[in-house]
Design a protein around this ligand. Structure first.
Ligand code: G6P
Length: 608
């Protein structure tokens, strides 16, 4: 949620850090700050607001510092004001720290430190940590950080500098991602590879309870208990152009339009039309256990939960395996029943969502086989699983998730057909399914041609403050996702429902001209959804239908029709979600909202 970047080397650090912060802004953007170290002087500058505000306060020509740490924040403890922005410093002003995560026992330490005479300048949990490090400091920063971390409870990704030890950054992690970028005579520390990719693609990912000390001379890694650890240096698989706008106005727009390519990358080497089967290397070692699974629990948050709901239909339909989908935040506290043969699949774009990670750990502890469907390679969830499948859809920067949803649905579809084929699906049914899946990228390109029409609809309806999204069967999760997209970025109130539920209450909301989006593609429930459309029309609602190409009849019932190509019912969400993403995008632009940085949201929520 928050972003950390640090640099130590021979170059001027400030421009590098600000560039890194801008790339991290999608992670949090309430406030930002830098701590620069020049000789033995520590200079901290921070401000509420975006990185651009901070940038204006800085003296780029004057700063010759070659060591510094920086942060962009999404507030948890304390309002997003200047004082609460990171970096935080200890009372002596010698030590500065940036922190992602939460210090759980900060109140107790605050009291303890106040009794020792420490005066706190902020309301944050983070200040408690830096003050504690300050108290433990006896001339060795690494040692002081180690001692302080041994006392606190909670999660952290931190980078710390001390004016008495110029040219050194101490970094540590527990539960909040941190990596070290390895350059030529320089090292970077970051919470996310996108912050440093412009400078190096060689990284060492810190694991939980590990610590790194970096200087221009080298990198030393240990556990928090000071046992040396040798880290592999890995190549980041994402490229710089993948994290740039490339001519688009917003990352969300770019990512919507990237979906056909993202699908191709997601399926590459996995969908084998020649043999009519799916190869899923990531779960090959546990194939036997998966095949014999008696029950599947999919767990996730937000958009990933909607993908999980599609997964529930897929696993039951194709795999004939009893499946449930659970909000991770509920699952982790619900005393769930995990019997023999239960497979728990955590779905997450970032791989860092705290609730999903905790749900997965809970499931593992109770004996379930824990699998992950994750986009970010090496992320916490990916490391915590017994096995898993990466999405390979490339970095997703826009806060509103788009291509990750399609990647998640595609991976779940591949898993369902993989299991189905091992259990009861015939070769010909599997072949037909895979052929349809392989056609999806091209069909997505056709669905994207709706953009101008989606814009016209969005412009016409953008001032209506209440919308409904309705779908049945496989389209019910898509209705939820369409409504979530609209809420997230345009701040319009929208509700997604199974279409048949409308008559049990929400129908009372429908008034003249209220936008009601129906996902009304050809399939087993087409006739039923047409009746639901009639019910809305009769009450004056404005029907916006997503329909199958060639369905001319629907134009008599709907004010607007957005067509998508025909595909098998279980795969339709991959196409029908596109017009809904486009409507949400254009509605937000029409309303003048900040599409990529919607208010109050963060790309990845690493707190409960
Ligand atoms: C946040 C984001 C959502 C996302 C959810 C789960 O709430 O704003 O867009 O769907 O987290 O994130 P994950 O990274 O676990 O998929």
């Amino acid at each position: 949620m928050c972003g950390i970047v640090g640099y130590v080397g021979e170059r001027r650090a400030l421009p590098l850090l600000i560039e890194g912060l801008k790339r991290l802004e999608y992670r949090g953007y309430d406030s930002a700050g830098v701590a620069m170290m020049e000789d033995h002087t520590l200079q901290v500058t921070k401000s509420a607001g975006r990185v651009a505000v901070l940038e204006q306060m800085l003296d780029f020509d004057g700063s010759k510092a070659t060591t510094g740490i920086a942060h962009t924040r999404w507030a948890t403890h304390g309002a997003p004001n200047d004082a609460n922005a990171h970096p935080h410093t200890d009372a002596s002003g010698r030590i500065a720290l940036v922190h992602n995560g939460i210090i759980e026992n900060y109140t107790a330490f605050k009291k303890y430190l106040e009794q020792k005479g420490v005066v706190f300048a902020t309301e944050t949990d983070t200040e408690v940590l830096v003050q504690l490090i300050g108290c433990r400091y006896k001339g060795n920063l690494e040692k002081a950080v180690r001692e302080a971390l041994a006392e606190i409870h909670g999660t952290f990704g931190i980078a710390v500098v001390c004016s008495e030890e110029p040219g050194i950054i101490v970094a540590a992690r527990r539960g909040s991602p941190l990596l070290i970028g390895v350059g030529q005579g320089e090292y970077l520390v970051a919470s996310d590879a996108s912050a440093i990719l412009a400078h190096t693609s060689q990284v060492a990912y810190l694991s939980d309870n590990e610590m790194a000390v970096i200087s221009a001379d080298g990198l030393r890694t240990t556990t928090l208990d000071n046992i040396p650890v040798t880290k592999d240096i890995q190549e980041v698989e994402w490229t710089l152009d993948q994290i740039e706008l490339a001519g688009h106005d917003h990352f969300m727009e770019k990512e919507i339009f990237e979906q056909p390519e993202a699908m191709r990358n997601c399926m590459r080497g996995r969908v084998d039309l020649g043999e009519g089967k799916v190869h899923l290397g990531g779960i090959a070692d546990v194939a036997r256990e998966i095949t014999r699974a008696k029950r599947i629990i999919l767990t996730a948050c937000g958009t990933a939960w909607h993908a999980g709901l599609v997964g529930e239909y897929l696993f039951e339909d194709l795999g004939r395996i009893p499946t449930e989908v659970e909000y991770a935040s509920e699952f982790r506290y619900r005393n769930p029943v995990i019997e023999d043969g239960t497979v728990v699949i955590a779905i997450s774009q970032s791989g860092e969502t705290a609730d999903t990670l905790a749900a997965l750990s809970e499931a593992r502890e109770r004996g379930a086989l824990a699998l992950g469907v994750v986009n970010v390679v090496g992320s916490s969830i990916a490391r915590e699983t017994d096995a898993g499948i990466y999405l390979h859809v490339g970095p997703e920067i826009g806060v509103a998730s788009t291509k990750a949803f399609c990647g998640q649905v595609a991976v779940l579809a591949m898993m369902a057909s993989y299991m189905g084929r091992r259990r009861h699906l015939s070769q010909s049914t599997t072949q037909e399914f895979l052929e349809a899946l392989a056609r999806i990228p091209e069909q997505m390109e056709q669905a994207l041609e709706n953009s101008d029409q989606a814009k016209t609809i969005a412009e016409a309806c953008a001032q209506r403050e209440n919308w409904l999204y309705l779908g049945r069967g496989y389209q019910y999760p898509v209705a939820l996702e369409g409504a979530l997209k609209l809420k997230e970025i345009s701040y319009i109130h929208a509700e997604g429902l199974p279409a048949a539920e409308m008559k049990h209450g929400p129908i009372a909301l429908i008034n003249d001209g209220m936008p009601v989006v129906f996902i009304a593609t050809q399939g087993s429930q087409y006739e039923k959804i047409i009746s639901n459309i009639e019910q809305v029309r009769a009450r004056g609602g404005r029907v916006i239908a997503v329909a199958t190409k060639g369905d001319h009849g629907i134009t008599k019932l709907a004010t607007d029709v957005l067509y998508v190509p025909h595909t098998l019912e279980p795969l339709q969400p991959l196409l029908t979600v596109i017009p809904l993403q486009l409507i949400a995008y254009h509605a937000a632009v029409t309303r003048g909202c900040n599409v990529d940085k919607p208010r109050n949201l963060a790309k990845s929520v690493t707190v409960e």
